[in-house]
Write a protein that binds this ligand. Structure first.
Ligand SMILES: Cc1ncc(C[n+]2csc(CCOP(=O)(O)OP(=O)(O)O)c2C)c(N)n1
Length: 729
């Protein structure tokens, strides 16, 4: 029989329950503020549900009625410098954080509401209704409420999606030398999603001041906690990552307040993240104004028993017992808030002239203009004004023949030397002489705090980078070891980072650089051999650069780092060990924004290509003797691509061949061919032709891998096909 030694978690795990002594000792001003927050949230949510029942809320209205205690209790202790983000059910936290910002000394429940609070209620309601005066100009709605100034970083429609972003804010707080914290709110359903668990691990490993606040309302839509997990004590999640964890009754706002104060002491002392699980109950269904029991997944009796534990009642009763307010005072508070909400509703809606008596409509003049739909998908590029740009042909600095990969490391070394905000992160970027290829050579030694080797958690660490970028104090350069890992991190890359600027109103900046290398030809097989250009080019928000020479790499990386948008920098292993003309000491120029490079002038066909396929194309042109114009696109996304150069070339050659290496399915050329045919149909002698890889991803077998990817031979064939088909269309 073996010995069995019981092991225990390294971190504390406690349930905090209030005592009579806690209630007796609680600061009256804190209790008054908690009561006012809770009533403001309740009355606000009641109006949202009324408007939803009237059909005026477009989309879901996830009300927090019943859950006010968790938000008020945890946010009242925060300072204006602390930040929060949340989930689809986030009105309550948004309002509490905004109220805390507007009234840093708390709110007296017996005082009049200030005009600032009236405005807050109206603008929040306006956002939920999708109106121009809302905090995100009506773009965000109920599920994307952001008011950065107040420390409300944004609610999120992807369950768990905001959590990595909050870690980025926490990283920035810590490394800026402040004691501010971030709090990320999510439901019981979110504790089982990877982004949350990955971020718990990352935040603990890096000791980030981040509170994972679980609002356990017992249901993810209709699925119970017990159905979804074998460990329904959700605060236990923290223990797996050595995070101290609290469980509290979220219907008791004082318990939440006290637990948050303990968690804040831990985080502000630099000891790392915390978990708080607050048991709460939503009095209504997932969204809208019907009770959950109407949908059959819970009983009316259960709902009734939770309603007897209403956090507003508890606070009111306890305050009355201490003589801090009386029933009339509470009623007056509620009436004042209802009056403010009525004013907000009157400002945003009016009688519907075409409807039955009493039917309301949104005031038509308050909608955003339809022209606004695409404004702010990316920034306005003003950040590039005055940038020093260079082309190799006119460069006056010293040039030499150098290995591409050395130049990759050099330019980052230079940027990190002159810009203390640049932070490099990724798997093994801090070891192995600069990651798996040497791209980050020397950075860890020179910049130990800004060269971060990450755990294998692409979703969490790129999301953390996104949060850092949105924070703005640091400039993340994130590396994905292989492009295919973008699928692992797809939520953060595409739903969060790519959409953030637009979704939150069009004017927030997301200056993140994502580096990755195409590895076709190295035998790494189906899951490591994609070219990500096509997927990023068809996803909103991203800019893409793809340097084919070391000289361009320097200038495109510098431009990427200067931009206030997320930029994908695509590299290629074939190029890493190739040599080319590159600067030796001047790494401070940019390649002109949105400018392609004509690598060979020609009259017969325009070849549009990028990255390693530029050299293959030039080789193919040489071999065939076909007089092709070879355009190295350099900037690939639809907002940065050089239409002027493309147009001039097409008008000259009247034939187009798009050349890329990767699989046809997720290829880059699809959208480009479509766009070219729309724009230049009259100038084309034949349909746009394409060279790409096959349908399947390249396999490990050398022969199959070669057959699946395009290289010089395929371009030769493509050029010949164009010539055969010329004029035949
Ligand atoms: C990744 C993802 N999966 C599914 C959904 C659809 N969805 C929205 S809310 C929700 C339930 C979430 O439950 P929980 O996290 O407990 O939060 P609650 O609604 O109870 O506040 C689901 C399944 C989503 N938005 N995101």
């Amino acid at each position: 029989m073996s010995d069995h030694i019981a092991l225990v978690p390294a971190s504390n795990w406690v349930e905090l329950r209030t005592t009579d002594a806690d209630w007796a000792a609680a600061d009256p001003a804190v209790l008054g503020t908690l009561l006012t927050h809770a009533h403001l949230i309740r009355a606000f949510e009641e109006v949202v549900l009324e408007l939803a029942m009237d059909g005026l809320v477009h989309g879901p209205a996830h009300s927090a009625i019943g859950q006010e205690g968790g938000a008020a209790g945890s946010i009242v202790p925060l300072t204006a410098a602390d930040q929060v983000n949340g989930s689809h059910r986030g009105h309550h936290q948004f309002l509490a954080k905004a109220l805390g910002y507007l009234t840093p000394n708390g709110i007296d429940p017996q005082a009049e509401l200030t005009p600032e609070i009236d405005t807050l209620l109206q603008r929040t309601l306006a956002e939920i209704l999708g109106l121009a005066q809302g905090f995100c100009s009506g773009r965000g709605g109920s599920m994307h409420l952001r008011w950065e100034e107040a420390g409300a970083l944004g609610t999120n429609a992807i369950v768990g999606g905001g959590v990595p972003l909050a870690a980025g804010a926490a990283w920035a707080h810590k490394h800026a030398g402040t004691d501010a914290v971030a709090v990320s709110y999510f439901g019981d359903g979110a504790v089982n999603i990877g982004s949350v668990l990955e971020t718990m691990n990352l935040a603990a490993a890096w000791k980030l001041p981040l509170c994972f606040f679980i609002e356990n309302n017992g249901y993810a839509v209709s699925t119970t906690v017990n159905e979804a997990t074998a460990e329904p004590r959700l605060s236990a999640r923290g223990l797996a990552f050595n995070i101290p964890s609290w469980k509290v009754d979220g219907m008791d706002p004082l318990a939440v307040y006290l637990a948050m104060n303990e968690a804040l002491a831990h985080m502000r002392a630099g000891k790392g993240p915390t978990v708080i699980e607050a048991d709460v109950y939503r009095f209504f269904h997932q969204n809208g104004g019907f009770p959950g029991s109407a949908f059959g997944y819970r009983t009316r009796e259960e709902e009734q028993s939770w309603r007897t534990r209403d956090p507003l009642e508890l606070l009111g009763t306890k305050m009355q017992q201490r003589g801090l307010i009386d029933a009339a005072g509470i009623l007056a508070l509620r009436n004042r808030i209802k009056a403010s909400m009525a004013k907000a509703v009157a400002a945003l809606t009016e009688a519907d002239p075409n409807g039955k008596a009493g039917k309301k409509r949104i005031r038509p003049e308050l909608w955003p203009s339809p022209d606004f739909r695409n404004v702010g998908v990316r920034g306005d590029l003003s950040e590039l004004n005055g940038a020093r740009t260079e082309e190799q042909a006119s460069f006056s600095g010293k040039l030499d023949t150098r290995k591409f990969i050395d130049v990759v490391a050099d330019v980052m070394d230079r940027r990190m030397s002159v810009d203390p905000s640049v932070v490099v992160m990724g798997e093994d970027v801090h070891r192995l002489k600069g990651g798996t290829n040497g791209a980050t050579r020397g950075l860890k030694d020179k910049f130990p705090d800004r060269t971060l080797g990450t755990p294998i958690s692409e979703n969490a660490f790129v999301g953390l980078g996104g949060g850092m970028a949105m924070d703005g104090r640091f400039k993340p350069v994130v590396e994905f070891m292989y492009p295919d890992f973008m699928w692992v991190a797809a939520d953060q890359v595409f739903n969060q980072i790519g959409k953030a600027r637009h979704m939150f109103g069009g004017d927030i900046e997301v200056p993140l650089v994502l580096r990755t290398k195409v590895a076709m030809g190295t035998g790494y097989g189906s899951q490591h051999s994609m070219d990500p250009a096509g997927i990023f080019a068809t996803s909103p928000g991203w800019r893409i650069v793809a340097p084919s020479t070391p000289f361009d790499y320097v200038g495109l990386m510098n431009a990427a780092l200067a931009l206030k948008d997320p930029v994908l920098v695509i590299e290629h292993v074939d190029l890493y060990n190739a040599s080319g003309i590159a600067p030796v000491e001047d790494f401070d120029y940019q390649i002109p924004f949105g400018k392609a490079a004509v690598r060979r002038a020609g009259a017969e066909v325009t070849v549009l290509t990028y990255l390693s396929m530029v050299a293959h194309t030039l080789e193919a042109v040489e071999q065939t003797g076909i007089d092709a114009e070879v355009v190295d696109l350099r900037w690939l996304d639809r907002a940065s691509i050089d239409w002027d150069t493309i147009e001039a070339s097409i008008k000259k050659t009247n034939n187009v061949l798009i050349v890329e290496q990767g699989s046809i399915g997720t290829s880059y050329g699809g959208w480009l061919a479509d766009e070219i045919q729309r724009r230049y149909f009259d100038w084309l002698d034949q349909p746009v032709q394409r060279v790409s890889g096959s349908e399947a991803s390249p396999s490990i077998s050398k022969v199959l891998e070669r057959a699946a990817a395009a290289r010089t031979e395929e371009v030769v064939e493509g050029l010949k096909q164009v010539m055969r088909d010329k004029g035949a269309a």
